[in-house]
Ligand binder design. Structure first.
Ligand code: SDX
Length: 436
């Protein structure tokens, strides 16, 4: 970042001395006012719950232009990456800053492939869960438990430890997610196969069984790979900020990523794809397209507490570019599987059309986000709704670890410790019980 000629002056109407604050510029996007010395100079904090106007870090990984609906991973538009690259190339880009050449891609793919198995002891963690446990409860536990198996790479200040942990996490997440699914359906776990692609290996671990050979469908394999790419990173979203804050204490990478899994689970964040599909199924049960108007009215009625899940975004005030690509992937998969008349897809398209013409949504700049179509395509592939967020976590792991490694590698980083505006009781004395 570079110091701008522009400066910010903070003045107070009560005559307190004004303060001059430096302004920094990035390579693109909004400048920042550096308030790091504000408390020392004024005895005051800034106040920004929800971080609506706060840059918590500098980063060179992902840039979002919410007004244009633009998403860049290390400068490359998501549309180009989703069309011309695969997920492992995108992982290499997010982790190391560049798309791999042929030799680098082969080496990176081999490194990931050689780490896809998990320790045989991991399967016994699953046995402690009910078979109907939510997959995100299982994933939060399993990812945290990984730190119990890799004592050789938990020193986050060691660059080699950070790199091997990144490879292990990227490699093992598909295996763990597939194990969570197999456990829920009472089928045997399927071991990874080294001669399959990352996405093909995941599909086989999810859907193969010992009774017959599983053949990877290349259209589904490409769609799964693209779903991973579309979810790989997204600037300082809630779960990434959680991973950064958790990792800033110096804890091991597996524990920090487990914190990200837990945060992603929420329906306002990664849980929205599960909520969006459940919403579509509810409308379908109510009467489908004929009931869309009634549902939209309920959403617009504040007292209903009903939201149009898969719509709206803190940063995008235009169409989420991932939603467009997800819609295309949806069409490809539905056509491949002969489901082009899928009623939920038709319902989603109608819901989107009506919402985008309705003033309530237009005024609030509410557009479909990545979660609006992702559920329909995953359901068509045969992935149960309860697994959607676990797959989001699988894909986002590379973004989490890239952001964590960037923070730890930043000489300026400190443990994160926000302050507060205290509005509770001032000091008072404890009264003896008899007098309370
Ligand atoms: C993800 O941060 C990221 O980058 C996240 C993510 C990533 O890749 O990491 O992109 C992934 O989490 C996508 C978002 C998935 N969540 C959902 O689809 C859940 C539904 N969306 C909303 O909960 C909401 O839009 C948020 C949480 C996504 C954003 O909320 P904000 O920025 O805090 O905005 P807000 O809730 O203050 O909403 C502004 C207005 C409000 O109305 P008013 O009070 O101004 O009258 O818009 C309304 C909200 O009521 N609104 C919605 C709505 N989203 C916002 N009304 C109906 N349906 C919605 N979905």
């Amino acid at each position: 970042m570079k110091l701008s000629d522009n400066k910010a002056t903070l003045s107070f109407s009560n005559g307190s001395p004004s303060v001059e604050l430096p302004v920094y510029q990035g390579s693109i996007g909004p400048d920042v006012v550096d308030i790091r010395k504000l408390y020392a100079q004024t005895g005051m904090f800034t106040y920004d719950p929800g971080f609506m106007s706060t840059a918590a870090t500098q980063s060179g990984i992902t840039y979002i232009d919410g007004d244009k609906g633009e998403l860049l991973y290390r400068g490359y538009p998501i549309e180009q990456l989703a069309t011309n690259c695969d997920f492992l190339e995108t992982c290499h880009l997010l982790l190391y800053g560049n798309l791999p050449n042929t030799a680098q891609k082969a080496d990176f793919t081999k490194r990931v492939t050689m780490h896809t198995m998990v320790n045989e002891q991991m399967q016994f963690f699953l046995r402690g869960f009910r078979r109907d446990a939510h997959p995100m409860a299982i994933m939060t536990g399993l990812v945290g438990a990984l730190s119990a198996f890799y004592h050789d790479s938990t020193d986050i200040t060691n660059a080699e430890h950070r790199d091997i942990s990144a490879i292990r996490l990227i490699a093992k997440m598909p295996t763990l997610v597939a194990m969570a699914y197999k456990y829920s359906v009472g089928q045997p776990f399927v071991y990874p196969k080294n001669d399959l692609s990352y996405a093909g290996n995941f599909l086989r671990m999810m859907f193969a069984n010992p009774c017959e050979e599983y053949k990877v469908n290349p259209v589904i394999e490409r769609a799964m790979d693209r779903i991973f790419t579309l979810h790989a990173d997204h600037e300082q979203n809630a779960s990434t900020s959680t991973v950064r804050l958790c990792g800033s204490s110096g804890t091991n990478p597996f524990a920090a990523i487990a914190a990200g899994v837990a945060c992603l689970w929420g329906p306002s964040h990664g849980g929205a794809n599960e909520a969006a599909l459940n919403m579509l199924e509810d409308i379908q049960k109510m009467g489908g397209v004929a009931k869309v108007g009634e549902f939209i009215d309920k959403v617009k009625d504040k007292n209903s507490g009903v939201k149009l899940m898969g719509f709206g975004h803190r940063v995008y005030k235009n169409y989420d570019p991932r939603a467009k690509l997800m819609q295309e992937t949806c069409k490809e998969v539905l056509n491949e599987l002969g489901l082009h008349n899928d009623p939920l897809f038709k319902l989603a398209m109608q819901l989107e059309k009506i919402a985008l013409e309705d003033d309530y949504f237009v005024q609030r700049k509410l557009y479909p986000n990545v979660d609006f179509y992702s559920g329909i395509v995953q359901r068509a592939i045969g992935i149960p709704v309860s697994m959607f967020t676990a797959i989001f976590a699988l894909a986002r792991t590379v973004g989490w670890i890239a952001q964590l490694n960037e923070m730890i590698g930043d000489p300026e980083y400190k443990i994160g410790r926000p302050r507060q505006l205290f509005t509770g009781s001032v000091k008072r004395d404890v009264q003896p019980l008899a007098k309370r």
